[in-house]
Design a binder for this molecule. Sequence first.
Ligand SMILES: C[S@@+](CC[C@H](N)C(=O)[O-])C[C@H]1O[C@@H](n2cnc3c(N)ncnc32)[C@H](O)[C@@H]1O
Length: 285
Amino acid sequence: MTETPTGSRDPDALVRRAGKRADTRQDQHFLVDDRVLDRIPEYAVETEMDLAHVLEIGGGPGALTDRLLAVADRVTVVERDRDFAAHLREEFADEVADGRLTVVEGDALDVALPEFTASISNLPYGASSEIAFRLLPHGRPMVLMFQQEFAERMAADPGTDDYGRLSVTAGHYADVEVVETVPKQAFDPQPRVTSALVRTTPREPDYTVPDDDFFMDFLKAVFTQRRKTMRNAVRNTAHISGLGDPDAVVDAADEDLLSARAGNLAPADFADLATLAYDVGDPEA
Ligand SMILES: C[S@@+](CC[C@H](N)C(=O)[O-])C[C@H]1O[C@@H](n2cnc3c(N)ncnc32)[C@H](O)[C@@H]1O
C-alpha cells in the first residue's frame, strides 16, 4: 500500500510494486508516460461524461486505474492476469474497502459486466475489436486506446481509404473520433505499432434497420467484396441474393445504391439496402 494521493502515482513505481514482468503475449504493454495518463481522463471530463461508475478493461499495474479513481465516483476494473488483479486489490486497498473500486479477475470477453456509465481503457490489442463490440451496444460513452490503424478505420468517413465495415458497425452505435495518437515510447514494453485514443459518444442511428444482427451480417457480406458494386457483392450471398437479382423490383433510389460500391455508401444507405434485402432475400437460404 502507498500513501500517495490517488491520481499521481508514479507508473514506473507501480510496475515495480506489481513485482511482475510484463508478458507481451498477454498484451501487457503498460502506459508509463504521465502526460498521456493525465490526458486520458481529461477526454472524458471535457465532454462531461457521467463518471459515476467507470469500467476499465485491463488494469495491469494500475497507472490508469489510479487516474480514474481521481475523477470517478466508482471504478470497476476487469483484469485477466491473476497477479495483476491481486496487486490492484493491494495497491488500492483503501478504495476497495470504501467500495469505490471493484477488481474483477477474469476475461473481459466472458465475465458479466456491471452497469457502467462510461468506459475508459487501454485495451489489450489482441482482443480490442471483440471487447469494443462487447462494450459499444451498452450505449455508454468511452475513451479507449487502440492500435492507430484500427482507430482510424473505426472513425473513417465514407469515400476514404480507411472506410469499411468497422467504420459502419462502430458508427451504428456511436460517433467515433480519434482524439490523440500515442507513440510507442509512451509504453513499457513498447508495442510494435503506434497507438491512438478514440472517444465514442453514443447516439441512436438516424436510420432504422430490420434488426441489428441482420444488419451486421449484411455489412459483413457486402464489405467482403468491397470493390464490386453492391448488386454484384450480394449476388453470391444466399440470404440476401434476391437483392442482386436483375429482376428484383427496386425503386430508382435503391437502383442507384445497388450500382455503387460499399466504400462510397453512407450508413443510412446500407440501412436502406439491408431493409430491402430483408424484404426480398430468403432468410432461410
Ligand atoms: C495494454 S495493458 C494496459 C494496462 C494498464 N491499464 C495500463 O494502461 O498500463 C492491457 C491489460 O489487459 C490485460 N488483459 C489482456 N487480455 C485481457 C482480457 N481478455 N480480459 C481482461 N484483461 C486482459 C493484460 O493482463 C494487461 O494488464
